[in-house]
Design a protein around this ligand. Structure first.
Ligand code: ZN
Ligand code: CU
Length: 449
């Protein structure tokens, strides 16, 4: 810092030749419960991530009152006994109390709300059930929730009508909150699904963020431009954006509808067949001498990585100016998709520096200023006097992801120092033990298209 500047810093850092950026914001996580279970949050802080947004894809830790089994895919977040937050305020307090290494901001999941009030999830909610869900959502928004997420593709929410979601979007508009969606489908009918998401946003006057935008399934490879065109058209009339992870493979619970003999599917965990974790579905099917669909049925409940995205489509979406970066990492997975540990360095190193998909400053904006504005993370996302000192210092020439599909638990290279709320949380020698993260309540969102 130049001598002419007034400052009251107690420490100075020589960062010559290195790059200082606002701490990265992971807009799409399933870190709701892992942050309480293991508040060190190594997978994230090691990438320079200083804030995670939880509650995506319709599933959240709060507000939740379980009745019986955990519905799919809420089991991605943790085990049934870890869900003990009937009120959003309780979750907020628990995050504060545990002193996480990163800041946490949270959405409320539509599927979580459905499960609180419905006896079965394969139907749409009644008027009374919608009213109950809406009351819980409004209460959570009052305690700082960022907005509502849906996971309409999952069977636990697929029967929900557009009207059901529209009714829930009403309190979002009042609160100035956002709507994020894992759309009804990401394959053949993706344009209809986009249209549904945009309609919900337009009719309720709420900004829409399409989660992990992709064209899934071999039949849809090459449709990236068409999908982005639909996004562009919508952006002319309403606030719309999306997030994306920088890999040509997705991951979630094992979905029979996504089993396709032509697609490589790796099983990451299986409750009845633990021994099959890490093997491909085709190997398992061959070993059992059954079809892949039959093998998938026997493996359930299970988790999977689907190599069902075209690299070209992913690059196009990643590079689009409306796209933010979200890892969609699955922290409970024993053999997680490498996006959990590698997303941010992969965007900065591989896609920006090496492949020149976009400039370094564009890459940083996608993971800092843009998400802070859209989600209403006030006082974050920029390096500015008066802002929280969430910072990452990295070597732009060396930054790289090291996590791979075969060796997915591996920290980034080239991250030099990470500060959270002014405290040094991580260096190239690892975590410092300082955990200065806090719960971040919704502030005023500002949408710049
Ligand atoms: Zn999702
Ligand atoms: Cu997700």
């Amino acid at each position: 810092m130049g001598a002419e500047l007034q400052c009251d810093a107690t420490r100075s850092v020589n960062a010559r030749g290195q790059t200082l950026a606002p701490g990265f914001i992971d807009v799409h996580t399933h870190d709701d419960l892992v942050v309480l279970r293991d508040p060190r949050m190594l997978a994230k802080i090691s990438q320079g991530v200083t804030t995670v947004i939880t509650g995506n894809c319709g599933i959240s830790a709060a507000p939740v009152t379980l009745r019986g089994e955990l519905p799919d895919p809420m089991n991605l977040l943790g085990s049934a006994e870890e869900f003990h937050f009937p009120h959003f305020a309780g979750y907020r307090a628990a995050v504060q109390a545990v002193h996480p290494a990163v800041n946490v901001a949270a959405l409320v999941g539509h599927t979580a709300l459905r499960n609180n009030h419905m006896d079965r999830l394969d139907r749409s909610a009644s008027v009374a059930e919608v009213a109950a869900m809406r009351g819980q959502l409004a209460e959570a928004l009052g305690h700082g929730a960022l907005g509502l997420s849906t996971g309409l593709a999952y069977l636990s929410a697929n029967a929900a009508t557009t009207e059901e979601v529209l009714a829930l979007a009403e309190p979002l508009a009042e609160a100035g909150a956002v709507y994020t969606t894992h759309m009804r489908t990401e394959s053949d009918a993706i344009l209809d699904a986009l249209d549904e998401a945009f309609t919900i946003g337009r009719e309720s006057h709420v900004p829409v963020i399409v989660s992990h935008l992709k064209c899934a399934g071999i039949a849809n490879w090459g449709r990236g431009s068409e999908v982005l065109q639909a996004l562009e058209t919508a952006r002319l009339r309403q606030p719309v954006g999306c997030d994306c992870y920088p890999y040509a493979a997705g991951s979630s619970t094992l979905d029979l509808r996504q089993v396709d003999e032509r697609v490589k599917i790796t099983i990451t965990w299986s409750e009845p067949h633990e021994e099959m974790a890490g093997r491909t579905l085709s190997e398992i099917a061959a070993a059992w001498n059954v079809s892949q669909l039959e093998a998938a049925q026997r493996l359930q409940p299970a988790g999977a990585i689907y190599h069902s995205i075209a690299e070209d489509d992913m690059r196009r979406i990643l590079a689009h100016k409306a796209t933010m970066i979200g890892s969609d990492g699955l922290p409970c997975d024993p053999r997680p998709h490498p996006r959990l540990w590698g997303t941010f360095p992969r965007v900065l190193g591989h896609y920006s520096r090496d492949e020149k998909l976009f400039s370094l400053s564009e890459a940083v904006h996608k993971m800092t200023g843009m998400p802070a504005q859209r989600f209403g993370l006030a006082g974050r996302g920029l390096i500015r006097v008066g802002y929280s000192a969430d910072l990452v210092l990295f070597d732009a020439q060396k930054i790289a992801d090291t996590a791979t599909f075969s060796d997915p638990v591996s920290p980034a290279e080239g991250i030099i120092s990470v500060w959270v709320n002014g405290e040094l949380a991580y260096t190239c020698n690892g975590a410092t033990g300082e955990r200065a993260g806090t719960f971040v309540a919704r502030g005023k969102a500002e949408w710049v298209q």
